[in-house]
Write a protein that binds this ligand. Structure first.
Ligand code: NAD
Length: 509
């Protein structure tokens, strides 16, 4: 990526990482952002100090009083402008996502498209923040419920979707009348700096308070300030289950609300009637897309014994076709892992698979030589395992696909699919109505996302996104996920001259 392209996104060699609106001020330690694609330094970002954090929250406190008074459809207009700007910058922001995070350019563009889509959704939503009207049991009374802005929403995000997750939260929170403070991953700070420039320019052009959108940069310590802060009624945190448990405990201690989007351990059940061509495409994209670093990546394939060998062979053949290399080169299917620490985790997981008795069907190695100088490129692995292996029970954020055999009826496969702690995404490949309906029923998948005849990976913004169990229970994006960004109030109005009490209680003076 050229320095001219970076400049167009507001990125210099050294960047100030903290800002409220367009006021950039961070003076803390330098965070260096290296591209996993080629190991080169892209830029540096100053992390936010505690004193600067205070300033950010004070600006947010001031801005929230102005923002909540602006009618929701007018707030929607600001989000519409954000979507328009993202349309204009899509090629270049998509490139930065690919360059800083390592996902393919197509996936980088897809991530920006998700941002545009959620802005469009939020604009419509800004005229649809509906409450209910309720029939009162008392004569001459009217009841309704309505939704008010919450205040400041803290957003903590992971490295693997360095721009989209912010927009899922911010676009909804903004139309709901909240102001946002974003703590991006320390592994992808430049993507966040770019997004903040975009929204800050829009706020300035519309003469709105800068504190409506802020970022603070830094590591887990900076994220903890948000979790502890009583001025932040909602903390939306996306990342590992380990992080989510810490954030949830801290936020619960002060009786705040958390929206948790944590790790997955997603499976596709492959039944005897599955369309195998679709299955292989869905499974391979699900396992190697974003180098296995999506929360919805396919980690496990639970295959009926009658077709197990056939599926296994097709997969091994398909893996031979996968081209690994620079994600900005559209000929490649798979780019690098985020950093060398992720490579170590991949290698350690492969050792554990072998130690527990699993069999690797493709070679797992770190690629060396021309084009692989960053040390972050690995080969995708298929391994035959048992579901109860300790390593299979864990989410390894790398392209490792586990094959698990099931026998008998689909109930056995569903039990295996549900037999992990995480509950994000799941899928079944079947042409049997009975199997698919069972899978979607209360006796079926226990995940937040359950698909039929598509893979586990990728989701449309129109649906509520999130998962159960160790995935944290939060829902973001579409459907009625907006409600968590608002406080609900029930109102009862008496338009008579009597004061009848509820439940028929008599109280005469
Ligand atoms: P991570 O947990 O290491 O970090 C995520 C963010 O949390 C970072 O900004 C980090 O600085 C911050 N953080 C870490 N510890 C914290 C603490 N104690 N208090 C406050 N903030 C803290 O995760 P990662 O490696 O960046 O991302 C990968 C993980 O994210 C995977 O588990 C993946 O499944 C998950 N993920 C989930 C979703 C989802 O929607 N369910 C989406 C994307 C990623």
């Amino acid at each position: 990526m050229t320095s001219k392209e970076l400049k167009a996104l507001g990125i210099e060699n050294e960047n100030l990482g903290g800002s409220t609106g367009n006021k950039w001020f961070a003076k803390g330690e330098l965070i260096e952002s290296y591209s996993p694609t080629n190991g080169k330094l892209i830029g540096k970002v100053r992390s936010t100090t505690k004193k600067e954090y205070e300033k950010v929250i004070q600006e947010a406190e001031k801005a929230k009083l102005v923002w909540r008074d602006i009618p929701a459809p007018k707030r929607g207009e600001i989000v519409r402008q954000l979507g328009e700007k993202l349309r204009e910058l899509k090629p270049i922001l998509g490139k930065l996502v690919s360059y800083e995070m390592g996902k393919s350019y197509q996936e980088g563009l897809g991530e920006v498209q998700e941002m545009i889509d959620i802005c469009d959704f939020a604009v419509g939503l800004s005229r649809q923040l509906y409450g209910n009207t309720i029939h009162s049991e008392r004569p001459g009374h009217r009841m309704y419920d309505q939704y008010h802005p919450l205040g400041t929403v803290g957003i903590i995000t992971a490295f693997n979707f360095p721009v989209a997750v912010w927009s899922w939260n911010a676009a909804l929170a903004l139309v709901c009348g909240d102001v946002v403070v974003w703590k991006p991953s320390e592994k992808t700070p430049l993507c966040a700096v770019a997004c903040q420039h975009i929204i800050a320019d829009i706020l300035k052009a519309n003469k709105l308070p800068e504190g409506i959108s802020s970022i603070i940069t830094g590591d887990a310590e900076v994220g903890k300030w948000i979790a502890e802060d009583e001025r932040i009624p909602l903390v939306s945190a996306t990342g590992s289950t380990r992080m989510g448990k810490q954030v949830a405990a801290t936020v619960a201690q002060r009786l705040g609300k958390s929206l948790l989007e944590l790790g997955g351990n997603n499976a596709i059940i492959v039944t005897p009637s599955a369309d195998l061509k679709m299955t292989i495409i869905g499974a391979v994209f699900g396992a190697v897309g974003t180098a296995g670093q999506r929360c919805t990546s396919t980690r496990r394939l639970i295959i009926h014994e009658s077709i197990y060998d056939k599926v296994k062979k097709s997969l091994v053949d398909a893996y031979k076709q996968i081209k690994i290399g620079d994600p900005l080169d559209s000929n490649n299917h798979m780019g690098p892992l985020i950093d060398t620490a992720a490579v170590d985790m991949y290698l350690s997981a492969l050792d554990k698979v072998k130690a527990e008795g699993g069999k690797l069907l493709t070679k797992g190695e770190v690629l060396k030589g021309k084009g692989y100088e960053s040390g972050c490129y690995v080969t995708p692995v298929i391994a035959e395992v048992e579901n109860e292996y300790e390593i299979v029970q864990h989410e390894t954020f790398a392209p490792i696909l586990y094959l698990i055999k099931y026998t008998g009826e689909v109930d056995n496969a569903i039990a295996l699919q549900n037999g992990v702690k995480q509950g994000l995404s799941s899928a079944i490949m079947t042409n049997s109505l009975r199997e698919s309906e069972l899978f979607l029923s209360q006796n079926g998948s226990d995940c937040g996302i359950a698909n039929v005849n598509i893979g586990t990976s990728g989701a449309e913004i129109g649906g509520a996104f999130g998962g159960e169990k160790d995935t944290g229970g939060g829902r973001e994006s579409g459907s009625d996920a907006w409600k968590i960004y608002m406080r609900r109030q029930t109102n009862t109005i008496n338009y008579t001259t009597n004061l009848p009490l509820a439940q028929g209680i008599k109280f005469d003076l």
